[in-house]
Design a protein around this ligand. Structure first.
Ligand code: GTP
Ligand code: SPV
Ligand code: MN
Length: 593
């Protein structure tokens, strides 16, 4: 039974029923009974495996097809009226051409299947930050993941009302999971998303990257707010004061880890705490007091499994201990639990690897879990979830932090001179590619604000939006903007900075800068810490003042080469490149000479 009288929703759902021809239609009401019945059904058909109820209560394992394990950037399209509106960094197709192609693929594809209609809210139900979506899918895996990652069900529609037309349409059709016919398409001008021939995470959980970033970034541009690929964390000092930081790193570059950071022993003893508000996406608006506020529109974590362990990220691991769906990890047959590379040093011998084949972790040279295998865990499971997580007004932002994986060049941390220089610093971000998207891994590419795969319109206009937002902020209220790099390597290829919990040492410097409590050195690229101002207590033997100095080093010759790459990248944009950024590039070049 339909859960709403909203005509725009009912008309659209009926139109889609006529197109895909399901045997049955089920509206997802958000009740435990309904979800439980679906879990049962998925286990009966083999779509999911129920894990050990004692060790992992309410947890399930799912395997996707080996051809369907990551986002597919080459098959992701922004379909706007003109190609220019999508900009030079997005794949574009004419909306009418793309609708026809997608409808031809989707037509009759639900025959013999059930259509699930999922009403969901990105953000706490009823918050002024929040937005509603409807996702139609033929996958129980999608329903169950969406009900962890977002707020789903009847309550969403009750609050939405019958006249409201401000909602995002999402149609997902698994079809035959044929990679040749796979398309992930956003129609920002129609508030519409269509995804066909995939059944993997970011391609099909349409609330996440498709809506909360690609569509929402476009909405934000028009409505005066921002949708960013950013974690949100709060650092509580021993006096109990909490400062909030938003940080943008590309996929698989450390957002979830930083968001759930465990302070080093010395900090813990002093009374420092870190609180997680969000690990992937931030929606940001100006508050009544003139500061910027952020909410996490999601309700769960879709986190990278490999490398997650008791030491690297105990909070993420704890979050996966109940009510979690694991995708593409190894199944330990001895105790019906899961395993992935980097969980511990004791891989199971009697196991099934991520593709579904028998696997002996002690002997096999193959991986047990896919490098982009993931957990979908409820945010409320996280031991360090912020008490502001449900706050409909969000949290006030003190600093924006950009960062990526750069083996060379970028120092551990630096601060921009002002807002526009900070926008420039975000715009010149580059990072080594990871397994989060299909394609080569480890290649340095430009990824401005970690939004390259997620910006729903021309990236030049997006930079202009950042500059425009800055103009509305009083200087003393605007977040300060920084850049970090946890991934600098020495000549032997070892990471120079221990990372993880020790990143709090850098956050402490960032907060001190925001509070005007510490001096910095002005360099060609911006303000750098004096090495003595980064607290190394407890890192004896790991990081010395000298090694820290080399992680903070600015190599002018390397940076000159970098400016050539930036210039080439900027050259793609033509007239949408903001003059302010061109000016910042000229300043950087002059500073380096
Ligand atoms: P998405 O969910 O794809 O957006 O990824 P993410 O940005 O949340 O990345 P995540 O925190 O899951 O980390 C990805 C990988 O980076 C993992 O293998 C981590 O072990 C590694 N990593 C995270 N933080 C650090 C760090 O400070 N230093 C080093 N060397 N590795 C890190
Ligand atoms: C990312 O790739 O940035 C993710 C995972 O957070 S996905 O949802 O697949 O996009
Ligand atoms: Mn992400």
């Amino acid at each position: 039974m339909a859960l709403t009288n909203n005509k725009s929703i009912l008309d659209w759902v009926n139109e889609k029923i006529d197109l895909v021809k399901p045997d049955e239609v089920m509206w997802i009401d958000g009740s435990e009974e309904q979800l439980d019945a679906l879990r049962k059904e998925a286990c009966e058909t083999g779509e999911m495996t129920k894990l050990n109820e004692e060790l992992l209560p309410g947890c399930y394992l799912h395997r996707t097809k080996p051809n369907d394990v990551a986002r597919v950037e080459g098959r992701t399209f922004i379909c706007t009226e003109t190609k220019e509106q999508a900009g030079p960094t997005n794949n574009w197709e004419d909306p009418q051409v793309m609708y026809k192609k997608l409808y031809d693929i989707a037509r009759d594809s639900y025959k013999g299947r059930t259509m699930y209609v999922i009403p969901y809210s990105m953000g706490p139900v009823g918050s002024k930050f929040s937005k509603v979506g409807i996702e139609i899918t033929d996958s129980i895996y999608v329903v169950l993941n969406m009900s962890i990652m977002t707020r789903v069900g009847k309550a969403v529609l009750d609050c939405f009302g019958d006249e409201n037309n401000d909602w995002v349409r999402g149609l997902h059709c698994k079809c035959d999971v044929d990679e040749e016919q796979r398309y992930i398409c956003q129609f920002p001008q129609d508030n519409t998303i269509i995804s066909v021939n995939s059944a993997y995470g970011g391609n099909v959980l349409l609330g996440k990257k498709c809506f909360a970033l690609r569509i929402a970034s476009y909405q934000g541009k028009n409505e005066g707010w921002q949708a960013e690929h950013m974690l949100i964390l709060g650092v509580e000092n021993p006096k109990g004061e909490v400062k909030y930081i938003c940080a943008a790193f590309p996929s698989a570059c450390g957002k979830t880890n930083l968001a759930m950071l465990v302070p080093p022993e010395g900090y813990k003893k002093k009374g420092y705490k870190v609180w997680c508000v969000g690990d992937d996406i931030a929606w940001i608006r100006k508050g009544a007091d003139g500061r910027l506020y952020a909410i996490n529109p999601e309700n769960g974590f879709f986190g990278v499994a490999p490398g997650t362990n008791e030491k690297s990220n105990p909070n993420a691991l704890a979050s996966t201990k109940s009510g979690t769906i694991f995708t593409n990890v190894a199944l330990n047959l001895d105790n019906n639990t899961v395993w992935w590379e980097g969980l511990d040093k004791n891989p199971p011998e009697n196991a099934i690897e991520w593709k579904g084949q028998p696997w002996n972790g002690k002997e096999s040279t193959e991986k047990g879990a896919h490098p982009n295998s993931r957990f979908t865990a409820p945010a409320k499971n996280c031991p360090c979830i912020s008490k502001e997580f449900e706050n409909p007004d969000g949290v006030p932002i003190s600093a924006f932090v950009f960062g990526g994986r750069r083996a060379a060049l970028t120092p551990l941390v630096y601060q921009s001179r002002d807002w526009n220089h900070g926008v420039f610093v975000g715009s010149i971000m580059a990072s080594e590619t990871t397994a989060a998207a299909t394609g080569a891994v480890g290649v340095v590419r430009r990824d401005p604000m970690a939004m390259l795969p997620f910006c729903g319109y021309d990236m030049g206009d997006y930079w202009q939006h950042w500059i425009d937002i800055g103009e509305t902020l009083d200087a003393d209220k605007a977040p300060k903007i920084f850049n970090v790099n946890w991934f600098r390597k020495d000549e032997d290829g070892n990471f120079m900075w221990p990372g993880f919990g020790d990143n709090l040492r850098v956050l402490e410097w960032i907060i001190k800068r925001c509070e005007g409590e510490v001096e910095a050195d002005e360099t060609a690229i911006g303000y750098l810490p004096k090495a003595e101002d980064i607290n190394l207590e407890g890192l004896e033997g790991e990081v010395t003042l000298d090694s820290l100095k080399s992680i903070l080093d600015v190599d002018k010759e390397l940076w000159k080469k970098e400016t050539a790459g930036i210039e080439e990248f900027y050259g793609k944009f033509g007239k949408t490149l903001p003059a302010e950024l061109k000016k910042e590039l000229d300043t950087l070049k002059a500073n380096l000479d």
